[in-house]
Design a protein around this ligand. Structure first.
Ligand code: ASP
Length: 305
């Protein structure tokens, strides 16, 4: 036990409106404190990430767990992935509708299954068989999101905005965390309700290995947020981690990856990146991104970087 721990969390990258800034900052700071309490007493990076992300899944502010965006049919469908850099074990769940904390289910897959990814009913059955209580989908739906969907559908029916999520004005409130523990291991996790008005069954980048989340002790740990389809096509989290293995700093790699996202596919979003030396990168090409960082000596958070 010798490594100085580091924790970084994010709570989405988009044009977060002024009246939502405070809630985002409070959410990422509390999530950071929750994960840090574990890291500082020697818990693993996976423990810290699970705790930090569970906090944000339970916070209605974010598009993860309760309070997530709704599908075009008005239900919540959640995706999450966790990955451990020491072993490359990973666990993902997609399109789950009855799990309050999908990141916990993802961790169960990581630790207790020979498989890497479960979807829908099979994911929920796996979670239940491994001790998780299921909930009703209605328990994950809040009035704000019912209203948001209604307004969006009314506008698109009137031929109003671009329904392709091509602009950073579309909310991307996915949550994620990367951690380095005292044992010198890194891990990453990402959890989301996906994009507003998505087609039922759609899976975004967040829970796809290497796209919205990746961790390898030999390179870096990464969690991404933003418009999922371009991020997926570029396998962006793995790409950013690979650049660190090749010698770039996490700061340079995260900046370069987000520039590439825009240049190659006109994508938008943000990422957090962390290597085993505790060096971090936080980058976004959206007007704002909610993030928070802590090591033994320093603590920072922001709505911009
Ligand atoms: N990347 C997520 C998705 O496309 C959305 C987000 O980051 O908020 O599902």
């Amino acid at each position: 036990m010798s490594q100085t721990p580091v924790l970084v969390v994010h709570g989405g990258a988009w044009a977060i409106p002024d009246d939502m800034v405070e809630a985002h900052l409070r959410g990422v700071r509390e999530a950071l404190a929750t994960g840090w309490r574990l890291l500082e007493r020697g818990s693993t990076a996976v423990d810290a990430i699970e705790a930090a992300i569970c906090y944000m899944e339970d916070d209605d502010t974010f598009d993860a767990g309760r309070g997530s965006f709704l599908t075009r049919d008005g239900s919540v469908q959640l995706d999450a992935l966790m990955m451990e850099g020491a072993t490359l074990r990973a666990g993902g769940v997609g399109c789950v509708e009855h799990i309050r904390n999908p990141i916990r289910a993802a961790r169960l897959v990581l630790e207790q299954s020979p498989h890497v990814y479960f979807v829908g009913e099979g994911a929920e059955r796996f979670a239940r068989e491994h001790g998780m209580e299921l909930c009703r989908n209605e328990e994950l739906i809040i009035d704000r999101e019912v209203q948001r969907l209604k307004e969006f559908q009314a506008k698109t029916a009137a031929g109003h905005p671009d329904p392709t999520f091509a602009g950073p004005q579309f909310a991307n409130d996915t949550v994620g965390a990367v951690a380095l523990d005292m044992h010198g291991n890194i891990a990453a996790g990402t959890s989301t309700g996906g994009t507003l008005n998505k087609a039922p069954g759609r899976v975004g980048d967040s829970s796809l290995i290497g796209c919205g989340c990746y961790a390898d002790n030999q390179s870096a740990a990464c969690s991404v947020t933003g418009w999922g389809e371009p991020i997926m096509k570029l396998v962006l989290a793995k790409r950013a981690a690979d650049r660190v293995r090749e010698g770039r700093t996490p700061e340079a790699s995260s900046n370069e990856s987000i520039i590439y996202l825009k240049a190659r596919l006109n994508g938008h979003g943000g990422m957090i990146l962390l290597d085993r030396q505790g060096r971090i990168g936080v980058a976004h090409n959206t007007p704002r991104m909610a993030w928070a960082y802590k090591n033994i000596n320093d603590e920072k958070s922001g709505i911009n970087c």
